[in-house]
Write a protein that binds this ligand. Sequence first.
Ligand code: B12
Ligand code: SF4
Ligand code: SF4
Length: 260
Amino acid sequence: MNKLEDQVKMVARQMGAHLVGIADAAHLPDQAPAIATLLPGARRLVVVATGHNRVALRSADNEARQFDTIHTYDEAARAAHAVARFLDAVGHAAIAVPAFIPLDMAPPKKGMRGAVDWRRAAYWAGLGSKGENGLLVTRDWGSAVRLCGVVTQAALAPDGPLAEDVCDHCGNCLTACPPGALGAEGAIDKKKCGDHIFRYGFRAFQGLMAGLFDRQAPAKAAIEGVALRELWQNFMTGNYYYCFACQTQCHGGGDSAPKG
Ligand code: B12
Ligand code: SF4
Ligand code: SF4
């Protein structure tokens, strides 16, 4: 019988994870209260990554990019759920944690902080390095991966960070960012990025609601406009991103598509 660590990784891979590793929760000390609320006594994170189809993610068609994102997220979530079920079945408490939503929407987090910072957890699980784009960069998929995982009480042996830096510091991501939200060494203007990627996200919905209660605003136009249609579609699909540029600029042997 293989070690428990090997079994966990096999389950994750069989369920669609391209990368999987184990991190010690002690490396996320600021997130200890959130992790303890999820699962008291949790001490390890099993982190999974699923690679995007980068040809789709580089397409000029945003629906193709969103469709690929929905399913890449689904694959990561499925692998994380399978790992949690497996650990539970062999007697170790474990919970799969959201890849992005649902998030704590109440102040002070307001949907801007996950219970687990997956980029940092993935770094400590040995899945990749910190990129100039502020994202996790992996050897084979660059930053075009979605991350998810599990918190568990099982004392699995952690993998630890990669020995090498797989970001080649080419700077392509910085120049590719349409609103210029990225600075050197992972610095990001979250508002600039958020305004760009969430064109039809929460703030657009809030604005539309406010418009309906404003007697001066043309409510009919708001109800018949494209914003409501886009919002409805985003509610239905659970995906509301409109930019992927910093995810698609890295090296990586996962496909042969040109960078775009
Ligand atoms: C809120 C959020 C956002 C916000 C704020 C981002 C931010 N920097 O915090 C906004 C709306 C701007 C955003 C944008 C995007 N996001 Co986002 N986002 C999240 C979310 C839901 C929570 C992040 C969080 O808790 N932030 C609060 C704290 C942790 O952030 P912070 O203090 O800035 O972070 C510090 C630490 O992370 C630290 N750090 C310490 N160790 C390490 C190690 C590594 C490797 C890295 C990279 C950083 C790092 O560096 C940071 C600065 O000090 C996560 C999912 C999750 N639960 O992790 C996805 C997540 C980070 N987003 C993701 C992606 C892909 C995007 C976008 C490309 C949009 C899109 N099309 O999907 C852009 C990219 C912007 C960019 N270049 O950074 C992916 C990243 C995948 C990857 N390869 O790393 C995640 C992990 C979702 C997922 N499950 O796959 N996002
Ligand atoms: S998602 Fe788009 S807007 Fe946001 S940092 Fe990346 S390239 Fe810039
Ligand atoms: S585009 Fe280049 S600099 Fe930016 S994260 Fe990828 S490898 Fe690093």
